[in-house]
Design a binder for this molecule. Sequence first.
Ligand code: 0RA
Length: 637
Amino acid sequence: MAPEGIVQAAYDASSIQVLEGLSAVRKRPGMYIGSTDARGLHHLINEVVDNSIDEVLAGACTEIWVKLNTDGTCTVIDNGRGIPVEIHPKYHKPALEIVLTILHAGSKFDRNTYKVSGGLHGVGLHVVNALSEWFEVKVRRDGHEYWQRYERGAPVSPLKVLGPAEGTGTEQTFLPDKEIFETLIFDRETVARRLKELSFLNPKVTIHFADERDGTKTTFHHAGGIAEFVGDLNIGRNVLFPQPVYLHAKRDTTDIEVALQYNDGYNETTLAFVNNINTVDGGTHVVGLRAALTRTLNDYARTRGFVKGDKEGLTGEDVREGLTCVLSVKVLEPQFEGQTKARLGNSEVKGQVESAVNEKLDEFLEEHPSVGQSLIIKAVQAAQAREAARKARELTRRKGLLEGGGLPGKLADCHSRDPTECELFIVEGDSAGGTAKQGRDREFQAILPLRGKILNVEKARLDKMLENEQVRALITAIGIGIGDEIDLAKLRYHKIILMTDADVDGAHIRTLLLTLFYRKMLQLITEGHVYIAQAPLYRLQKGAKIVYAYSEEERDRELKAWGSKGVTTQRYKGLGEMNSDQLRDTTMKPGHRSLLRVTVDDAVKANDLFTVLMGEEVEPRRLYIQAHAVEVTNLDI
Ligand code: 0RA
């Protein structure tokens, strides 16, 4: 082969096959990458990076670079073995061209690593290529550097030898096709989150990430693997033992890794991966893990006398209370199921994970009795609380408290019985409650004043929550129930509006309410029923002219326009300082007010948020809410 020049350009029957393959991908991109929105766009990067990660799994790659370039392209570089370039015996073309136009599994050039075919990643580089306006690849291998360019999946140049080169590796740059995608803008956070996740799941690799559009650079390397991942998820929580438990075993060809740690909270966070793909809808591996946890901890509790022989044992929920867990399995031929292909279907994996975790967890607890003891105590307490909660629920149900039988006395309800037009304002304190009552439109606006601080539900179990009068009033007024028994059809108001003071106390109450909704009535948020009212901070008056300002910048802008002479500025420290007309005109009346709608972006982000919310420090909490949080979009309604 000449050191410089063209490797091979064969155009025969197989070229036609290639073109047909490409047009199938371009005709129905959703079949290959799920969608053509932002999600689908980011699948392109995932696919390319996953191919480099396959080299890591093969033990042939230690570094990956990912760059988001200013021209809208993305570049992925790795120091793996380089995509093979020799002539493919069947197709009479360089293997690289085959990889980029048709092949993605089961060939001579296939790497012997775990595949993700069937999931939305692992569809093959040819899919990324077909959906890119252009795609360029450079390979260093056998002492040479090779290069080739494609447009909309078809080669527009033969594979060329650029010259001699040292080392091995692959560099790919692609521009997503504007004819295919609804959006072309890569989101740095989305990419970074996935790269961070990959670096936890593959502790041997270092991933360098640069967003050239704003100059930010990050390096992801987590030698501690999924144990470190669990530690990261538990940051800000009180953990029951300092070092996460790490278990590793093989069953047949399935590789199983689990890391877990308990915190003193009441919720479970389990992230499950199959061949590095996050299976958000669970599957057989998760079922196996749960079965093993319940069984092993029950056996342990019984043999050590924490649970007496005749007593009912610990349930799955008991042993998962306060659990933070990462499960990562590698399966040879995974079957992904469900709408988003995010659930593992292989039935054999349940038994494999169950047996592996039973054995390894049992061994671990044998060797670490203090860890065993602390998590059994926690689970036994959970079991006791579960019993208490059941009783409390029964009691409240009998009294009709949660069924909407008797509405709370504090509630000033509206006349309308059409929930789609009804609004519930939750206000802080009786005085603001009084003002709001006068300022409302009683036809469709209801007011519920809450007194003092409501309970922090992160720190309380369901039974404790139901003892709290404020919480009960809220649940009754909203009407849908709580926890596992929610019925959204019973929602009494389609807008639930938090109207609290713009100070630290107000922010605290708002946070607690959002935590309650997030943890116990999540659908309220996901269905878009929760809002935050925006009350003005200043009232500016000059003669007969009155203007309200909702921020300091807005105030300064107004004052500049008016000239400061003869202007009176009033600063509202709380809603209570407004009279009812002012509150109505600025904050409550549709068409005049502005509301923020509360949405939950994704579970991991939310997990971060509520961890910080649980913390004792007010300031980091406040900053965090402002920065990330429950995402709020400005709406003028
Ligand atoms: C097929 C076979 C071999 C490596 C690769 C593909 C490969 C693919 C990609 C995609 C991105 N980076 C990559 N690096 C390697 C093994 C070749 C050998 O045995 O030398």
